[in-house]
Design a protein around this ligand. Structure first.
Ligand SMILES: *[C@@H]1O[C@H](CO)[C@@H](O)[C@H](O)[C@H]1NC(C)=O
Ligand SMILES: *[C@@H]1O[C@H](CO)[C@@H](O)[C@H](O)[C@H]1NC(C)=O
Length: 263
């Protein structure tokens, strides 16, 4: 919600146009609040470990400041000082956030190893062409830098929450968050557990449990309930479900922040 509020403000500022000091201020504020470098590096390494465990040692991840990217958001790919032995880093990926590190990994796997990484329905993960550890293709000397043309890459539609995500457990979410980071998504929606928060708020405003049960729609209709188009349809939501969604959301947000995203 916090980010939504800022986004509205950004949209306004972008509409106004020109050099906007407020936008600079917001960007630096978000940078200040980002997870420590070692947390983001470990989160990127976690993605590599799940994606390509055989190559877990072949890449070295390092968070760098935006100064290394001319004040922008970017990733940099270079040859590591390779010892010629397996089990050692061969490629160094630097980036301004954990998302940049993961996006850099994807970029390298795609352009240097012929790999394909997408949703299951659009080809899934195809990594058979990636050379074995110790034989990863080197990049040209001096490496290269890929700069994000816009600061934010947004992902999701409000209705996807109840058509799709509502049936997901943590393992499925983790897979999707990995996918997001690999694609460079840094501004995802994070709607899970919204009703658990509303329940707390409504109870504080002295609505009764049965008032609230009558209001919330069932899991498959949450998007429409949230938009105010219907209420109670397919409901009520059991307390166990509300509690479980809240716990799940905490895990989702925690991982997104570890990767330096702005949920
Ligand atoms: C790579 O290793 C060589 C020899 O050990 C060393 O002289 C050089 O500074 C290293 N380069 C980097 C970028 O670490
Ligand atoms: C809820 O009820 C309590 C007790 O009657 C009252 O003190 C409080 O002001 C009420 N809160 C709201 C938001 O109406």
């Amino acid at each position: 919600m916090e980010v939504l509020k800022w986004l509205l403000c950004i949209c306004f500022l972008v509409t106004v146009g020109g050099d906007v000091p407020e936008l600079e201020w917001l960007m630096s504020k978000l940078d200040e609040e980002r997870a420590p470098a070692e947390v983001q590096e470990a989160a990127a390494a976690g993605i590599l470990h799940r994606l390509l465990p055989s190559h877990a040692s072949a890449f070295h991840f390092q968070i760098v400041s935006k100064d290394e990217c001319g004040g922008h958001t970017c990733f940099l790919i270079n040859n590591h000082n390779f010892s010629g032995k397996t089990g050692y880093p061969e490629i160094t990926i630097k980036g301004t956030t954990g998302v940049e590190l993961a996006a850099g990994l994807h970029w390298y796997l795609k352009h240097y190893c012929g790999a394909h990484l997408s949703w299951d329905k659009t080809g899934g993960v195809q990594l058979a062409s990636v050379p074995r550890p110790g034989s990863l293709p080197i990049v040209h000397s001096g490496g290269f830098r890929v700069q994000r043309p816009v600061p934010w890459n947004y992902y999701q539609n409000a209705v996807t929450s109840s058509y799709t995500f509502v049936w997901w457990d943590w393992e499925r979410w983790e897979k999707e968050i990995d996918w997001m980071a690999l694609q460079g998504v840094n501004l995802p929606l994070a709607f899970t557990g919204q009703e658990a928060i509303w329940q707390k708020v409504f109870l504080r405003y002295n609505l009764t449990k049965s008032n609230i049960d009558d209001f919330f729609g069932g899991p498959a209709f949450l998007a429409w309930s949230r938009m105010g188009n219907l209420h109670g349809w397919g409901g009520p939501l059991p307390q166990s479900w509300l509690d479980q969604q809240l716990q799940l959301q905490k895990r989702i947000l925690f991982r997104m922040r570890e990767l330096g995203m702005n949920p």
